[in-house]
Design a protein around this ligand. Structure first.
Ligand code: NAD
Length: 290
C-alpha cells in the first residue's frame, strides 16, 4: 500500500454510521491494486449531522467520489448538484461522483442485486418476486427489478415510517413500467405465505437478521418456503442469517448479500474509475461462493 500512495493518489470515501464493519474499503482497494489504479478508498464515520460539512469538504478537497450508506442514503441528495434517473426514482443515493466540481448522486444497489442474481443463475425476468423492505436498498431493488422486466413484485413492510415509501414506489412503478406492484402489511402473515407461494424469489431487504436484530426473522416457520424457491437475504454480516438458515432447512437455494455488495461495488467502481472491477478476482479475495 505504501508504495502505491503518492501525491497524485485520489481519494474515494465511504460515509456512513456505523461503518467499521464494511467490506467496501477492502474490495475497492484490492481492485485498485490489482488494476494498478491510483486511488485509495477510506471509510468515514459520518451521520446526518456531519453530512453537509462532509460534502462541502469533498468539494473543497476535490475528492473523486464517495459511497454512501445508512443513515445518509436518503438525505445526501440535498447537498448534490444532480441525480441519475434511478437515484431520482428511488429517492436514495449510494454513490457520489465528482466531475470537475459537479457532484452527481447515483444508486447502484438495484443494479448490483440484479447482476448478482444473474451471476448466480437465478432468472427472475418475466416472473413474480416477493420482497420485504421499503428503505433505500429495498426501493432500489424494486425499481431496478421493475425496469429490468420482472413481471410482478409483492412488497411487504411493517407499518412504520417506511410503509408509505412502499406505497409511493408501487404507484410510480405501476404507472411507469409494465411491472405489477402490490403492497402489503408484513403483519399479514397469511398473505405473505400466499405471495411467496406464487413467487420464484423471496428477498429480505431490511436490517432484520443483522445486529441488533441478529438471530431473528419475521418468517414464523419453514412452511413458508419450498425447495424450488430462491431466498436472498441482502444482509451479509452474519453470512448466514436466521432467515437463510430456515430457508436452507426447507431446501431452498439461498444467497446472502455478498453478491449484491460485490456488484453494487463494481457498478460504483465503474462510475469512479471508468474501469470494470475484476469480478472473479474479487470473489476470491472476498471469499464469495455461490
Ligand atoms: P433503511 O434504513 O433505508 O431501511 C430499513 C428497512 O428495514 C425498512 O424497510 C424498515 O421498515 C425495515 N425494518 C426496520 N426494522 C425492522 C423490523 N424490526 N422488522 C421488519 N422490518 C424492519 O436501510 P437500507 O439502507 O435499505 O438497508 C437495509 C439493510 O440492507 C441493512 O441491513 C443493510 O446493511 C443492507 N444492505 C445491503 C446491501 C448489500 O449490498 N448487500 C446494500 C444496501 C443495504
Amino acid at each position: 500500500m505504501a508504495e502505491r500512495i503518492s501525491g497524485h493518489t485520489e481519494l474515494i470515501g465511504l460515509i456512513a454510521n456505523p461503518i467499521r464493519h464494511s467490506t467496501s474499503p477492502k474490495m475497492h482497494n484490492e481492485a485498485f491494486a490489482k488494476l494498478g489504479l491510483d486511488y485509495v478508498y477510506l471509510a468515514f464515520e459520518v451521520g446526518n449531522e456531519e453530512l453537509e460539512d462532509t460534502i462541502k469538504g469533498f468539494r473543497a478537497m476535490k475528492v473523486r467520489g464517495s459511497n454512501v450508506s445508512m443513515p445518509n442514503k436518503t438525505v445526501v441528495h440535498k447537498y448534490l448538484d444532480k441525480l441519475s434517473p434511478a437515484a431520482e426514482l428511488c429517492g436514495a443515493v449510494n454513490t457520489i461522483v465528482n466531475d470537475n466540481g459537479i457532484l452527481t448522486g447515483h444508486i447502484t444497489d438495484g443494479i448490483g442485486c440484479m447482476m448478482a442474481l444473474k451471476d448466480a443463475g437465478v432468472d427472475v425476468i418475466g416472473k413474480k418476486i416477493t420482497i420485504v423492505g421499503a428503505g433505500g436498498a429495498a426501493t432500489a431493488i424494486e425499481v431496478q427489478a421493475a425496469l429490468d422486466g420482472v413481471a410482478e413484485i409483492s412488497i411487504f413492510n411493517t407499518k412504520d415510517k417506511f410503509f408509505v415509501n412502499a406505497e409511493k414506489t408501487a404507484e410510480k412503478l405501476n404507472s411507469k413500467t409494465n411491472c405489477k406492484v402490490n403492497v402489503f402489511d408484513l403483519a399479514d402473515l397469511e398473505k405473505l405465505k400466499e405471495e411467496i407461494a406464487s413467487s420464484v424469489l423471496f428477498i429480505n431487504a431490511t436490517g432484520m437478521g443483522m445486529k441488533p436484530l441478529e438471530g431473528k426473522t419475521y418468517i414464523p416457520d419453514k412452511s413458508f418456503f419450498r425447495p424450488d424457491l430462491t431466498v436472498l437475504d441482502i444482509v451479509y454480516i452474519p453470512a448466514e442469517t436466521a432467515l437463510l438458515k430456515l430457508a436452507k432447512k426447507a431446501g431452498c437455494r439461498t444467497l446472502n448479500g455478498l453478491g449484491m455488495m460485490l456488484f453494487q461495488g463494481a457498478a460504483a467502481f465503474k462510475l469512479f474509475t471508468g474501469k470494470d472491477m475484476p469480478i472473479e478476482y474479487m470473489k476470491e479475495v472476498l471469499n464469495i461462493k455461490y
